[in-house]
Design a protein. Structure first.
Length: 558
């Protein structure tokens, strides 16, 4: 029974940032017997877990729990986002929030009845009302990963650290170990995405706003095709080109941009080409032109040079938040899964989007067979040839390109190949994708790393399969001119509220379209933070706004 009203006050405080948690807590048994409450020498309360024999195991020091928490949390450091495994009496969280550089504290706790018992005895209202504090109770694996992915933005929060309350985690080892693994996996995904954003964030923004004028054109819907072949640019492509030629009339052929010159050199003209790289070097793949005005499928963040080519263009969004904002507010774009990080993966996603039931993949080595990086005919050879001289021949440049990252040599039958961590991750992403695809993916045997494709028995046959509805039809002209849309977007950026000291407090302040506009700027912020290490959140926001406004002004009529 809640005699003092502490439980009710705690629930009211929780409801400010986490109202959905109040329902299960209000239904939990607050008069349980999971904890015994002790008093430390400093007079601070210390909850102690009761084991099956009735022995009480204190969650904090019974001498000075606050001093212990300060020692374990540490002084000022670069980890501004803290994840605490176990709530206890909240001393760890309070110590973290006393640090000037702490931007967010997320506590993960299990056992709703035990949590309710703590809330019935101890007053946590100061924690729950702090905009930098969040509590996640009894999360499923999916919910936990999603919350970490949603909450942790390295550009805003800096570093991240996980701190376990040892005496609490040891009582539910399986649950907290599972949580730690999920957190580690989520952080790894975020770190990978952040490193890409830090490298390309400014380029994405610049390319997108310059490509908007091409989106005003009316474009035909995507073709509906059941059998599709895709060419990657691995060395095995030349070995498989004969088989591809034999099947050419039976399949719709999508060439990745890197493989295009190799196909044209062999006299094979694809039905479509796909490109997702935002760098200007992508243009090298098209130096030989696009015969017959082959349709070109590009990410909205691709270089404007590609969009200016005289051919039929199809734009899609690869998940950039600015593309998502544009798709929702101005011109609808289909979402294309490019989470595999490479153009071959995106090509498979495009084939699925077109309604393919059978997909054949050529030239997908995801390695360097016998030390060769790309198939002959791809741009890299002409690029090296133009730069070669007596001191730097083509072979030396190719070798330097190959050994720019650590390599692992692997044997395959009587042959061998080099593998890198990034190429391995690309291959594994494709293998994972094949498990969830209804289309049957067949990878042609090559000399590179073996690709293990799922052969799920529940896949639909050609006669059973129906094409998925398009995420966004291409044949609708936007209501506004792209200049008018950009003027409105520019004003929204300029009118964003001024930031305060606390990041979480500022994010709580943003609502609706303001939050969407802010999110559209985050990749640019990541790139700018990479170049201004140690910059505060407020300074970063102002620098990012200045950059975005300047880029928009450069394409708007004066």
């Amino acid at each position: 029974m809640d005699k003092s009203g502490i439980f009710k006050r705690n629930l009211i405080a929780i409801s400010k940032h986490n109202p959905e948690l109040c329902v299960p807590l209000s239904k939990a048994d607050i008069a349980g017997h999971r904890y015994k409450f002790l008093i430390s020498r400093t007079g601070d309360p210390v909850p102690a877990l009761l084991d099956q024999s009735g022995f009480a195991r204190p969650l904090h020091s019974t001498i000075d729990p606050q001093k212990e928490a300060e020692r374990l949390i540490g002084m000022e450091d670069e980890e501004n986002f803290l994840i605490l495994l176990g709530l206890g009496a909240g001393y760890y969280a309070e110590a973290a929030l006393r640090k000037n550089n702490t931007s967010m504290v997320l506590v993960i706790e299990y056992n709703m009845a035990g949590l309710a018992e703590l809330l019935n005895y101890l007053d946590y209202t100061r924690l729950f009302l702090d905009p930098r504090f969040r509590l996640l109770a009894d999360p499923s694996e999916v919910v936990l990963e999603r919350r970490i992915l949603e909450m942790y933005k390295p550009a805003l929060y800096g570093g991240i650290r996980v701190v376990p309350l040892r005496s609490r985690t040891s009582a539910d080892t399986r649950l907290f170990n599972l949580a730690a693994g999920i957190i580690s996996s989520a952080i790894s995904k975020i770190s990978g995405d952040y490193s890409v954003q830090a490298h390309f964030g400014k380029r994405w923004f610049s390319n997108i706003i310059r490509n908007l004028k091409y989106l005003e054109e009316i474009q035909r819907p995507l073709p509906s095709v059941k059998r599709i072949a895709i060419t990657a640019a691995g060395p095995s492509l030349l070995l498989q080109i004969g088989r591809l030629s034999e099947k050419r009339k039976e399949v719709f052929l999508i060439a990745t941009d890197t493989s295009l010159p190799c196909l044209l050199h062999s006299g094979i003209i694809p039905d479509a080409v796909i490109s997702i790289d935002c760098q200007h070097i992508s243009y090298y793949h098209f130096m030989g032109g696009l015969p017959g005005k082959i349709p070109l499928y590009t990410d909205l963040a691709s270089p404007p040079l590609l969009a200016s080519m005289p051919t039929q263009h199809y734009f899609f969004s690869c998940g950039h938040p600015l593309s998502g904002y544009i798709s929702g507010k101005w011109r609808a774009l289909p979402e294309l899964d490019s989470s595999g990080g490479n153009v071959t993966y995106a090509a498979v996603s495009l084939a699925v989007h077109m309604g393919a039931v059978e997909i054949e993949l050529y030239g997908a080595d995801y390695s360097y067979p016998q030390g060769i990086s790309y198939a002959r005919g791809t741009y890299i050879y002409s690029f090296f040839a133009k730069r070669q001289n007596r001191l730097s021949p083509l072979e030396a440049q190719a070798s330097a390109f190959l050994f720019r990252t650590p390599l692992e040599k692997k044997i395959k039958g009587s042959s061998w190949y080099y593998e890198t961590s990034i190429l391995s991750s690309y291959r594994e992403k494709l293998e994972e994708k094949s498990e969830s695809m209804e289309a049957v993916l067949t990878v042609m045997e090559g000399t590179g790393a073996p690709i293990r494709i799922s052969r799920a028995e529940n896949r639909k046959t050609v006669s059973q399969y129906r094409r998925l509805p398009e995420a966004a039809p291409y044949n609708r002209k936007p209501m506004l001119k792209h200049e008018d849309f950009l003027f409105g977007y520019r004003n929204l950026i300029g009118n964003l509220p001024s930031p305060g000291r606390i990041t979480a407090e500022y994010l709580d302040l943003l609502k609706g379209e303001e939050l969407a506009v802010f999110a559209s700027m985050l990749p640019s912020a990541a790139a700018l933070k990479q170049r201004n290490h140690g910059i505060s959140f407020g300074e970063l926001l102002e620098v990012t706004k200045k950059y975005c406004l300047k880029e928009i002004d450069s394409v708007l009529p004066q």
